[in-house]
Design a protein around this ligand. Structure first.
Ligand code: PMP
Length: 465
């Protein structure tokens, strides 16, 4: 066993977990006859479970979070020092790390200006949605309340965030949803036949996919649409980067129809794609940017809703109006552990050149995955950006029919047998999650990358021959 966990501790922890913990995203019936996996320790890229088994974590805490890797003493110390001095005060007042992190963050986000602290990606998105509604009332006489979201994108688990959820499988049992959220089509080139755009490719396809958003705006009436909320690279919906030509047109459409652009960087933020933020690859200027997972790499719960000064100004333009502010609070937005951890997390990313490492290791991993695609006919497409990559599994490359989800899950389990944790996603099609996903920590070495793709190679051979 790695560390100091005794057999006695272990059986107590497992029975306490089985008796009282409701795990996320999994069925519990199997725990009647087997034990849940309990992660006991982590260091660098690796974690150890309750049985002492070592795993190479290729998904940064299962959901794209631990960007700087496990066991960072300097982050733990920053949290310790800050919370011993001042742990919490509601964010109606300021805090030292809150001010310093906001300054450092905005320095990396030209054109952005104000940081609103909260504690989950869903919540950060809800803050922006509420602001859009308030702006509609303040500036547009109650019109422009509609928020557009995209097929396959995900923005969180709370009800308004789910109302902006483009992944059918996650939403199926939880309606009815909030009004005035309107879906626009996805922009996935691999599945462009679903959009009737199979005759186009590259930038021409990108432009046409963006124009599908304009069609929805014109159908709804531009005077009713307040914001467009998009992931820079779609994560859970199948690891999808928009094609060339898409983003400039999206920006143009937003300007033309006076629509605020909200970019959800909950996954891509803080380096995942090789730049500080995913949108920075595409030369666009958002009005809102939301972020969570990588902000403090999971060492503390922190999320940020970042807005431009123009948006901020709308909430302070008339001091005689007593309602003229954002009437919102997030209790734990006042925890200082979050910004203290986030400051140190950012220092690590800078000092260790992790953006460059992400780009280099992402290119290596992409090359490895391309080679696997040559070898395994079941891989229909490989895609992504930086250390945020996916491999879509299909039973037929011509029809692009997704493999049964059970087979994709078997690949995940087989990779686990080779000591590597990978994920599977693509929640648009119920029961057909078929995209293997990879998001190792930004500290990954060439040897780590090769170990991951080697395990995937072996797993694919075992499952598909
Ligand atoms: N947006 C995106 C793009 C996400 O992937 C997620 C979480 N997977 C969220 C928002 C919601 O974040 P949280 O779980 O912290 O509420």
């Amino acid at each position: 066993m790695h560390g100091t966990f005794t057999d006695n501790d272990l059986s107590h922890v497992i029975s306490a977990d089985k008796a009282h913990v409701w795990h996320h995203l999994v069925q519990h019936k199997p725990f009647e006859t087997s034990d849940p996996r309990i992660i006991v320790e982590g260091k660098g890229m690796r974690v150890w479970d309750q049985n002492g088994k070592e795993w190479l974590d290729a998904v940064s805490g299962a959901v794209w979070t631990v960007n700087v890797g496990y066991g960072r003493e300097s982050i733990a110390k920053a949290v310790y020092d800050q919370t011993m001095k001042m742990c919490y005060f509601a964010q109606a007042a300021g805090s030292v790390p809150g001010a310093l992190f906001a300054e450092k963050l905005i320095d990396k986000m030209p054109g952005m200006s104000r940081v609103y602290y909260c504690n989950s990606g869903s919540e950060a998105n809800e803050k922006a949605f509420k602001m859009v509604r308030q702006i509609a009332h303040k500036k547009y006489g109650g019109k422009k309340t509609k928020i557009l979201y995209r097929d396959r994108d995900y923005h969180g688990s709370t009800l308004a965030a789910m109302s902006a959820g483009g992944q059918e499988e996650r939403n199926m049992q939880y309606g009815p949803f909030a009004p005035d959220f309107v879906k626009v089509p996805h922009c996935m080139e691999y599945r462009k036949h679903e959009l009737g755009l199979e005759h186009l490719s590259g930038a021409a396809f990108g432009l046409a996919a963006a124009n599908l958003i304009e069609e929805v705006i014109l159908r709804e009436g531009p005077e009713t649409v307040g914001a467009l909320c998009l992931e820079p690279v779609t994560a859970g919906g199948g690891v999808i980067e928009a094609p060339e030509g898409y983003w400039p047109r999206v920006q143009e459409i937003c300007k033309q129809y006076d629509i605020l652009l909200h970019i959800d960087e909950v996954v891509c933020g803080l380096g995942r794609t090789g730049t500080w933020f995913g949108y920075q690859h595409y030369g666009i200027q958002p009005d809102f940017v939301t972020m969570a997972k990588g902000v403090a790499s999971g060492y503390a719960a922190i999320a940020c809703m970042v807005a431009t000064e123009e948006v901020f100004d709308l909430f302070k333009d008339d001091p005689s109006d007593k309602m003229n502010y954002f009437r919102d609070i997030s209790t734990f937005g006042g925890c200082t552990a979050g910004p203290a951890a986030a400051l140190e997390n950012m220092r690590i990313i800078e000092d260790e050149n992790l953006l460059d490492n992400c780009t280099a290791m992402g290119a290596r991993m992409m090359a490895n995955l391309e080679a696997l695609k040559e070898k395994h006919a079941v891989i229909g497409d490989v895609r992504g950006k930086g250390l945020f990559l996916g491999a879509e599994l299909v039973s037929d490359r011509d029809t692009k029919e997704p493999v049964d989800e059970a087979l994709a899950q078997r690949v995940v389990a087989e990779a686990g047998n080779h000591g590597v944790i990978i994920g599977v996603t693509n929640r648009s099609v119920p029961g057909r999650n078929n995209t293997l996903c990879f998001s190792p920590a930004l500290i990954a070495t060439a040897a780590d990358i090769d170990q991951i793709t080697d395990a995937v190679d072996k797993a694919l051979t075992t499952v598909f021959g």
